[in-house]
Design a protein around this ligand. Sequence first.
Ligand code: ADP
Ligand code: MG
Length: 367
Amino acid sequence: MATLELKNIRKTYLTEEIIKGISLSIENQEFVVFVGPSGCGKSTLLRMIAGLEDITSGDLLIDGQRVNDVEPGKRGLAMVFQSYALYPHMNVYKNMEFGLKLAGMPEAERRQKIEHVARTLQLEPYLNHKPGQLSGGQRQRVAIGRAIVRNPKVFLFDEPLSNLDAALRGQMRVELSALHRKLGATTIYVTHDQVEAMTMADKIVVLQKGVVEQIGSPLELYHHPRNLFVAKFIGSPPMNFFSAIFQDGNAEGSTVQLRDGTVMHVPVAPPGILPGTKLTLGIRPEHLELAAPGPNSGIVEVIERLGATTLVHVRLEDGQVVVVQTDGFTDIEVETRVSLTLPPQYCHLFAPDGLAFEACRRHPLAA
Ligand SMILES: Nc1ncnc2c1ncn2[C@@H]1O[C@H](COP(=O)(O)OP(=O)(O)O)[C@@H](O)[C@H]1O
Ligand SMILES: [Mg+2]
């Protein structure tokens, strides 16, 4: 059983503030992912939770107890690093045993634990191998096994899959999710990869430049991004954006004009803004529809066939390229003239400060 609470956590290196006041709660058994671009402070925040970095100010609570000054080994956490950090001269068994020995666990108990975890992670055939004789995926499993044998209250992962090839990353994502269900330990997982965040998290924390941009379930973030940053970061291929001018609105929605003159009514109530305000309209590739030439027309420039779906890149009259995701069997060809239909119920509107208009239409899975 472990809950965590971060209260206005800050980190300053010399004069630069890297983590700028982060507050969040992590529930027992929750799988929380910190996601954001490289350099946004994910590792720093995780290392502060682990006790590997001092917390400049704010409070860190584990199970309600303030642990800012508790040394790393006494916080009940285990961390898995991107680099694996295995001892190269020790075999797999000894790598997993090392921490247990230090903690003074009797030999028979150590053996039982290690054998059990090796079975869970399919590492039994490799217990006598040294890390150099293992593949990347196997090394990563050893690093995870070394964390599991310690029976921590909380698992901390820092980009554990980033050194693996795409196929193995996909497989390890599934294994980690299954392992989490089995162990039921509170987990904090750091990654720059929004796919890992979307597929594994109960709760995603999107970070940028040391601040939290949004906290929510994967589908909440996908369907109701709080601002342009989250809208751009979550989703692949990313959301398309159009310039728009606000005309008027009420509680039912907003009327906007696109650059080519099309007027649309989007069922999202506006914040207090004036007619003429420049907005950004966002729509995901799977919500755009291709139609015979009409408004919003352009030329098909590239077609990416992924099998189940097809990504059609369309260059609009103004030079902007948008991506439409359509079915795998579309017979569309490059250099065809097409037009885009934007179903208003799927459109997001963002004010000049980047904040999303309040969403009127809630996705049933993300309500
Ligand atoms: N020991 C340090 N001293 C000074 N600056 C640091 C130190 N560690 C990290 N930083 C800076 O803090 C910022 C966040 O780094 P980091 O937490 O590693 O980002 P992320 O893990 O999101 O890529 C970066 O700008 C990095 O250069
Ligand atoms: Mg990092």
